[in-house]
Write a protein that binds this ligand. Structure first.
Ligand code: TYM
Length: 330
């Protein structure tokens, strides 16, 4: 018997969503809607693992909600919700913290990069992967579409699910990551050694889903390349990192392989020109739709509340099962 595909994924409202988020994950969230039962979560509790101004966090959460609908997620088909509105996430998060070890959490590279060994790093940044495991396991998820940077968190989630099932009895499905072959790691346009990130302090290296065509044009025209002026896909070489990133973006936007695209170009100028057109073609309808949706924030909030009610019905079931399995009286 083939098992039903159940998808869950999340995105943090820690900044405006970028083309990296779109090509590494969100695009596949939309595709999965036609073949799976999907749960998509705005993970606001993950955003507060670093400092956030409350008013900015609210605004970013609404902007992200509008962005998710604008790219084509349909609340009639998928369950779209805010993590903090389903309390089972933090509840199961605690059970997961009581399943994971200090050693495991200490090895998470994202914690080491963001925490930078500082004493004022929030404790929640350290335990974040346990909450992320809870996000996934609550929904008996079979597949998790994510970018490459979430691979280690997914491996931990699988380890925790297996450990829990072995110790306390079969409780969770063990999820599989879905990482795209092209676009899983979109890099910053100004510093192609760094990943494009919505929490980055400089906007020049990021393309946002809300960027106007003119802004997109300028950012791509100014994207760092090299002096060789040879269009070649070689993401491992430091010299070709910039042009390889442009080819990856182009490939992910048009569902082609970057190596194949490279063969069509003999100068950076023409490559950039065509990439600008392809990027605007994809993002312009999304930008317009976000603006329309933001005219009615109350409707957006209502949609997310409905999503949270639907999500909670599934989450409660799994949480009760996990509690019972651990010997906590339900
Ligand atoms: P977040 O909010 O940083 O990113 C959301 C999704 O976008 C992907 N992504 C990228 N893909 C390609 N290139 C990039 N430059 C790039 N930047 C981001 C991420 O891999 C991710 O898939 N911890 C997660 C959120 C989370 C989650 C979950 C994800 C919380 N709970 C449960 C899946 C399942 C995060 O911070 O993603």
């Amino acid at each position: 018997m083939t098992e039903t595909k159940r998808v869950l994924s999340g995105i943090a409202p820690s900044g405006a969503p970028t083309l990296g988020n779109y090509l590494g994950a969100l695009k596949f969230w939309v595709e999965d809607q036609s073949s799976a039962d999907c749960f998509y979560c705005i993970v606001d509790l993950h955003a507060i693992t670093v400092d956030q101004s409350p008013s900015v966090l609210k605004e970013q959460t609404l902007e992200l909600a509008a962005s998710l609908l604008a790219i084509g997620l349909d609340p009639k088909v998928s369950t779209i919700f805010i993590q903090s509105q389903v309390p089972e996430h933090t509840q199961l998060g605690w059970l997961m913290e009581s399943t994971a070890t200090f050693g495991e959490l200490s090895r998470m590279t994202q914690f080491k990069d963001k925490g930078k060994g500082s004493n004022v790093t929030r404790a929640s940044l350290f335990t974040y992967p346990a909450l992320m495991a809870a996000d996934i396991l609550l929904y008996q998820t079979t597949h998790v579409p994510v970018g490459d940077d979430q691979k280690q968190h997914l491996e931990l989630t699988r380890d925790l699910a297996l450990r829990f099932n072995n110790k306390y009895g079969e409780t969770f499905k063990v999820p599989h990551p879905e990482i795209p072959s092209v676009g899983a790691r979109i890099m910053d346009l100004q510093d192609p050694k760094r990943k494009m990130s919505k929490s980055s302090e400089t906007a020049a290296g990021n393309i946002y889903l809300t960027d106007e065509p003119d802004t997109i044009r300028k950012k791509i025209q100014r994207a760092v390349t090299d002096t060789e002026n040879k269009v070649r896909f070689d993401p491992e070489s430091t010299q070709k990192a910039g042009v390889s990133n442009l080819l990856t973006i182009f490939g992910a936007l048009t569902n082609r392989h970057p190596v194949e695209i490279a063969t069509n170009y003999s100068s950076y100028g023409t490559l950039k020109g065509d990439l600008i057109e392809a990027t605007i073609e994809t993002l312009e309808p999304i930008r317009k739709r976000i603006a329309e949706l933001r005219c009615d924030d109350a409707a957006l909030i209502g949609t997310l509340r409905e999503g949270a009610h639907k999500a909670q019905l599934v989450a409660r079931d799994t949480f009760d099962k996990a509690k019972e399995a651990m010997g906590l009286i339900a």
